[in-house]
Every structure is written in C-alpha cells, then in structure tokens.
Design a protein around this ligand. Structure first.
Ligand SMILES: [Ca+2]
Ligand SMILES: [Ca+2]
Ligand SMILES: [Ca+2]
Length: 478
C-alpha cells in the first residue's frame, strides 16, 4: 500500500506541478476533509496444535457515522531483539488479482531483495507463512516489520471487511495498528520537482499531512511476536502478568475479580517453580487457563483479544514446563523412637510426585543410617511397592520392618528413599531420599530367670532308650 500510495501521490503531484502549477496552492484539504472519527479492528486467534501455527484473523469495521472509506490497515510486527529467529521462508504476500483472475503472490524474500543484502538476510518479521484469505487486497511487509493491507475496493462507512489473515509461528502479543482513511495529501512534503515552482502547493501538502495524521485511527490489537530465545518460565510468567495489566488498561479484560484470580494463579506458579514443585506450577497454570474463555471465544468480561493473548501465552508456558515425574519423600515417621535389634516397628512414609508427569508404580525402601547421608554403610530395613502417583498427588504407606538381629546398638537416622530400583525417569533423581527422626537401637538383654513356657514329651512305642524334650525359653525381660 505504501509503495502504491507513494506512487499515486507522486503521480498526482507531478500532475499538479506539470498541469496547473499556479493552482497548486488551492487548499484541497479544507474542501475534502472527511469525518473519520472511529474505526475498529477485531481480532481472533486460533492455534493449530499439529503445526504450531497461530492464525490471526482481523476484521475492519467502518462505522456509518464516518463519511469516508477505510483505505488501509497497518500493524507493527517488528521482530523482538530477544526473540527466536523465525524463518520467513514461505512467507507469501498477496498483491491482489491479476487480469486473468489468478492471484498475484510474491515471496517476502523476492519482495525485499532489492532493498537488502540477501546474503546477510536475517528474518525481520515473526511471520513464517502468510496469506491473506480475502481477495481484493494488497499486502506488503516491510523489512523493518510493518504489515500493510489495502483492501480494494476500500471499505465504505457502515460496512466491515475481513477476515484478513496472518499465519505465523509467533505467539500473540500486543501490537500497535493504524487504520487510515481515504484521504490523500496532495504531495509528499519536499517532493516538489527541482525544475518546478510548487510554492503554496508544498505548504498545503504539509498541512494535508497534518490533517491525515489526525484522521488516522490508532490502537492496540494482537499480532504475532517471536517467542523468547532464552525461555525462562519465571520471566515468562512476568510477561503474562504484564499482559493482564495491559488487557485491563485496553478494556479487553474488565472483571477485576477475574484479573485478581489470574494473578493469584501466576503467583502460585512463580513461587512453586524455584522450589522444584512443577506439579503445583502446572496445576496453577491449568487453573489460569480454565478461568478464561477458550480462544477464539470471548465472554462479556474477556474479549477475544483477552482470551487469545492470555490463554495462548499461558499454554506456551505450560507446554514448556518439564513433563517428567519427580518423586520425593515428604515424610517418614517411626512408631517408636527406641527399638530392639531383632524386633519390629512400623514406619509410615509419604511420597509425593512434584513433577509434571504421572509416576508409574515403583519401589521405595527404608534404611537406618548412623549419619544423615545415604551410603553403603547404611542398614537396609525393608522395601515396599508404591502405586501410581498422579501429578501433585501423594501416597502414604505404612510398613512394619524388622530390625536386623546383628545391627549394632546405637542411634540411627531413619531414612526413606523413593524409586530405589530406578525405573522412573525423573526431573530430579537426587532428591529421592529424606531423613526422619533418630531411632535408638537397643541390644536385647541376656536371658535371665528362664521359664519353660512349653515342653513336649516325644514318645513312641515301644519306649525308646531315651526321651527328647523340646523346650521353648523366653526371657522375662523381653
Ligand atoms: Ca526425585
Ligand atoms: Ca549413611
Ligand atoms: Ca528415578
């Protein structure tokens, strides 16, 4: 549009200068200034899970109160310096219908090759493929990241035009747009040909540009941006938090309670991630998404801009949280703090899956350690099976291990470890053990005051030469 417009303006300017240079000062603007006080752009965003491509659909509306047509829509889609470099291969620009009815399509690379050194070409826009869906349209993308659409015919008052579509792997972000009326300054300021006397015409052109600048309707909408090159979940949570604030300012999100709830979910996730509690972060982000309409749907308090911006960015974050389980022992407790070698006691162990994926069934074990670290000198007491544990879920299991007869009396630290056989691939394999309380192991006292609690006389016929007596001896002190 810009190229065409400059061309058109130049032609008009030349016509003025060549044909009626003395009338160049006639004030076109005062006669033709249209009423153009309101125009809207609505956007919806759709995400294709199989390709990862986001489709941005824009509809322009020219309200009936205006007296002129919409001539163009432009949007800043410049690449963020901290963003991933997205390929522009396949980015296609639509230049409208040819005379034979076919579409005139040009590749972005072809379009910019005269402007830049292609050997040093780096993608300038976060748009991988692009094809406007409507005919009668003229599209361009500048190397600095300005997307321009010029509908043809132009959009009259009281009508809408669209959807204009952008296909991009770029995430939704807040972009500035302009809607321009059908109002042409007579010429570009300073464009008067050297061999002409343009006089007042040039001053009038400057005045016209001032008027055009006031007529242009500016606003914010959604457009693609490159995902961050160095993805950090905590930084990204702050990006989403900023989107909530700006959505409120722009009137896309009008429910203060909903905003507060959304920020609460982000707070929960931001506190959980540094502790390794991915499960809590994941559940919080899922709750964040569940609180919003599914894009491209909107509600009275969350417009399509709100749902597209917040849901797809939250989904992006969710997709990048670790998907493996992470088992940890959150508690291990003994039924007694003093036991006797050869005796039994009960131990209750709680295992939590704080990871981002379900943990299959596994085995855990209980140890006595003379110190507070797990090593080969520790005494194994028992192992037990642990059932499947869902994301953020726990299992509490009580076992009754026997204390070995030959364990040395003394103080031991009770310890429990998850996934001792290593069958679960986890986010963190080094956090599976936890120490419990100190347990004192006492040696059994020597038997005293033996009692015969039971005696059996083995007899047979004929009577043998001698008898065998089996005797069970129990210590009173046991
Ligand atoms: Ca673990
Ligand atoms: Ca140890
Ligand atoms: Ca493991």
């Amino acid at each position: 549009m810009q190229i065409r417009r400059i061309f058109t303006r130049t032609m008009i300017s030349l016509a003025f200068c060549l044909l009626t240079p003395w009338q160049g000062g006639a004030n076109h603007a005062q006669e033709d200034i249209p009423i153009f006080t309101e125009a809207k752009v609505a956007v919806t965003v759709i995400h294709a899970l199989d390709t990862g491509i986001y489709t941005y659909q824009y509809t322009l509306t020219n309200p009936p109160a205006n007296t002129t047509e919409i001539d163009g829509f432009s949007m800043n889609i410049s690449l963020s310096p901290s963003g991933l470099l997205l390929p522009t291969m396949g980015l296609t620009l639509d230049r409208g219908n040819r005379s034979d009815g076919t579409r005139h399509l040009v590749s972005f690379e072809d379009d910019v090759k005269d402007l830049i050194d292609l050997s040093a070409f780096v993608p300038a826009v976060p748009v991988g493929t692009m094809m406007p869906s409507v005919s009668d349209l003229w599209t361009s993308v500048s190397v600095i990241g300005k997307l321009l659409w010029s509908p043809h015919p132009r959009v009259p008052p009281g009508t809408s035009h669209g959807p204009l579509q952008v296909f991009s792997p770029g995430l939704p972000t807040i972009r500035s747009f302009q809607i321009e009326p059908d109002f042409y300054p007579t010429m570009e300021p300073g464009d008067c040909p050297e061999d002409q006397e343009c006089g007042d015409n040039e001053e009038s052109a400057e005045g016209d540009f001032l008027i055009l600048n006031q007529l242009i309707i500016r606003g914010k909408t959604l457009g693609p941006t490159a995902p961050p090159a160095d993805f950090n979940p905590l930084t990204f949570i702050e990006t989403i938090r900023g989107y909530i604030t700006e959505s409120q300012t722009l009137g896309w999100l009008t429910d203060a309670n909903l905003s507060s709830a959304l920020n609460g979910h982000l707070n929960t996730a931001a506190e959980a991630i540094p502790t390794g509690d991915i499960a809590t972060a994941k559940l919080a982000i899922e709750a964040f998404i569940a609180a919003l309409p599914v894009p491209p749907l909107a509600t009275a308090v969350c417009r399509s801009e709100c749902s597209g911006l917040l849901v797809f960015n939250a989904q992006y974050l969710l997709d990048r949280l670790p998907k493996e389980p992470d088992l940890i022992v959150t508690n291990v407790t003994a039924s007694a703090n003093s036991v006797q070698s050869g005796g039994i006691f009960s131990v209750t162990t709680t295992i939590r899956n704080q990871g981002g994926g379900m943990a299959n069934a596994s085995f855990a074990h209980i140890l006595f350690s003379p110190d507070t670290t797990i090593d080969l000198t520790d005494r194994f007491l028992s192992d037990f099976s642990v059932p499947v544990i869902g994301i953020g879920q726990t299992q509490t299991i009580t076992t009754t291990p026997s204390i070995p007869n030959d364990i040395s009396p003394g103080n031991y630290t009770l310890m429990a470890c998850a996934d001792i056989t290593g069958i679960i691939a986890e986010i963190d394999e080094t956090n599976n053990c936890k120490e419990g309380e100190q347990v004192t192991v006492n040696a059994p006292p020597p038997p005293t005051n033996d009692e015969i609690s039971e005696a059996t006389l083995i007899t047979s016929f004929p009577f043998p030469d001698h008898y065998t007596i089996n005797r069970h001896v129990q210590s009173e002190n046991l």
